[in-house]
Design a protein around this ligand. Structure first.
Ligand SMILES: Cc1cc2nc3c(=O)[nH]c(=O)nc-3n(C[C@H](O)[C@H](O)[C@H](O)COP(=O)(O)O)c2cc1C
Length: 214
């Protein structure tokens, strides 16, 4: 029977006789992999606060790629509405910038339909996914609202600014864009949070948890 190896950094599971030379998700070398039993491999990764000094540095491009993989993120559904059209997309780049006043930033690819709607309306919604939100991340993250109605079979309600928000999320926020920065492929939108609601208790989905358990 083939063995399963878990990356102790990001939770990626590799199947094979030996661990991979490099984790395809977070880029660490084979020494960061541990052998797991078949049952354990199907379980979400347990949080183990283990660190280990790295003695040899990879080349700079690899070091930068691996460093970027270690930035922690949550997962969100960013929604927007303009010209009578609603849409939403999955995003990991959503951050609190200041708490008082409440201001957040999001990084959105310029080619996304959501980007077009945010630029037209100057508003967006944020639905914070829980650790059971895998289907929403996939449904809103791997296809464009230009081709499909992503809200079909998804329970939503309208916020006070008019954007759709997911019923099945931990909390939601609505925000008005204050400024934007051209970041090349993406636009960084800085926004004032104008509304918030608490819908569920639970742990938020992190990008690392999504990758490890998807
Ligand atoms: C886990 C995950 C995280 C993502 N994070 C972002 C992000 O932060 N910014 C972004 O522009 N796209 C991100 N995407 C990609 C968009 O969700 C994707 O391109 C989407 O299809 C755009 O949809 P739209 O054209 O309907 O707006 C992410 C996708 C996934 C699955």
């Amino acid at each position: 029977m083939e063995k399963s190896w878990r990356c102790t950094v990001c939770g990626y599971i590799h199947t094979g006789e030996n661990p991979p030379e490099e984790c395809p998700i977070c880029g660490v070398d084979s020494s960061f992999f541990e052998l797991v039993t078949e049952n354990e491999a199907n379980k979400p990764k347990e949080v183990k606060p283990v660190t280990k000094p790295v003695t040899e540095q990879p080349d700079m491009a690899t070091a930068i790629r691996q460093a970027l993989y270690r930035i922690s993120y949550g997962l969100y559904i960013i929604t927007a509405q303009a010209d009578g059209r609603d849409n939403g997309q999955c995003a990991n780049t959503c951050f609190q910038i200041t708490s008082d006043p409440a201001r957040i930033a999001i990084g959105i690819n310029k080619t996304n339909f959501t980007h077009e709607l945010i630029q037209k309306s100057g508003k967006f919604g944020v639905s914070v996914l829980s650790q059971t939100g895998h289907d929403y991340a996939r449904g809103f993250g791997y296809r464009s609202g230009r081709d499909v109605n992503k809200f079909e079979s998804v329970a939503v309600h309208r916020g006070q600014s008019g954007v759709l928000l997911l019923d099945d999320s931990l909390v939601t926020m609505e925000a008005t864009v204050m400024g934007q920065l051209d970041a090349g492929t993406h636009t960084l939108f800085l926004a004032e949070v104008t509304a918030g609601e608490i819908l569920q208790e639970g742990d938020p989905m992190t990008y690392a948890y999504f990758r490890a358990s998807k």
